[in-house]
Design a binder for this molecule. Structure first.
Ligand SMILES: Nc1ncnc2c1ncn2[C@@H]1O[C@H](COP(=O)(O)OP(=O)(O)OP(=O)(O)O)[C@@H](O)[C@H]1O
Length: 299
């Protein structure tokens, strides 16, 4: 659905995006992660057609995005700095959107008054930052977009409202095949909602993964033997990390779980447990294994 190939963008002599590739499937939620200055907003500005690339291609649904009003009219962009016409109330903004977007869904707008308990007669710029965010999602969702591009989107929303907003958007992913690209610094924030994650670092995607696959391909094992750790069996495993605490050996290992367990069981361990791994741990070990300075990539 969203395809970015070999995208490069420089500001003067500084290369902000460097032959970057991302592939976002229709009806999926793609999390774009990266530290400050990695290039997330610069990439997003290409996706919403504000920047023209120096080289490479940026397409949505097979069509180039830049100067393409058709694509832009089926897309919603929500960022941390919202812009609303200063005099508009929620109701007036809704009327403006209704006139602007043929896909506007008035019934949904009215139904969502139950979810967003804000007086629609209030001027939007007089609302708190979090309430303004709520309005952005409320109106955005009513446009019935095919694509939602979200830059640090839920900052400012309280935890209950975050959940409600994500539930609404995820319902659209399932029922209307909406595609969502969401940028964040916070892996934990994205863990529950994304099915794919790309990590951006110095203008390049260094890892792009499907989360279900990742979780089934990397394991944390706690092992202990009655005597010394036997020689040799670790060489049969793809060990990303190893540490010892007393007689307990903690291993982070890549590969098929059953296969790993059968290799270890041959050595007759007295303890062999599979422990849950967070997404953050998976990335830390994966990126560490690839030689990246993890502390500077994941926050
Ligand atoms: N208009 C511009 N002119 C010059 N340099 C820019 C411009 N926009 C971005 N940059 C530079 O490009 C790099 C990437 O910036 P970008 O805003 O895309 O990062 P980001 O990943 O969104 O960061 P953050 O998480 O801090 O918002 C930074 O080094 C930034 O200084």
């Amino acid at each position: 659905m969203i395809e970015v190939n070999q995208l490069s963008k420089s500001f003067g002599t500084f290369k902000a995006l460097d032959e970057l590739n991302i592939h976002v499937k229709e009806a999926s939620v793609y999390g774009l992660l990266g530290p400050n200055g990695a290039g997330k907003t610069t990439l997003i500005k290409h996706l919403i057609g504000i920047y023209r690339q120096d080289s490479g291609t940026v397409t949505i649904g097979g069509e180039p995005v830049y100067e393409n009003p058709k694509i832009k009219s089926s897309m919603v962009y929500i960022s941390d700095d919202l812009y609303f016409f200063s005099q508009y109330s929620i109701e007036e903004a809704a009327r403006f959107y209704r006139d602007l977007y043929p896909t506007w869904n008035q019934e949904r707008y009215i139904a969502l008054k139950q979810v967003f308990p804000i007086d629609v007669k209030k001027r939007i710029t007089k609302l708190s930052k979090g309430m303004q965010k709520q309005v952005a999602f409320w109106l955005g969702i009513c446009i019935m977009p095919k694509v939602m591009i979200l830059d640090e989107p839920v900052d400012g929303l309280d935890p209950v409202m975050r959940k409600k907003v994500w539930n609404l958007m995820l319902q659209d992913v399932v029922e209307r095949q909406t595609t969502i690209l969401v940028s964040s610094h916070n892996l934990r924030e994205l863990e529950d909602v994304c099915d794919h994650v790309g990590i951006l670092h110095h203008g390049k995607i260094v890892v792009e993964r499907e989360l279900d696959n990742m979780k089934s391909d990397i394991h944390k094992l706690q092992v202990a033997f009655s005597g010394e750790v036997p020689n040799g069996f670790l060489e049969e495993l793809q060990v990303l990390h190893r540490s010892e605490s007393g007689s307990i050996l903690l291993l982070i290992v890549k590969g098929d779980k059953e296969q790993l367990l059968s290799i270890i069981k041959k050595e007759n361990p007295v303890i062999l447990d599979v422990l849950p791994l967070t997404l953050e741990e998976i990335f830390i070990y994966e990126l560490g294994g690839m030689g990246y300075d993890i502390q500077n990539i994941l926050i």
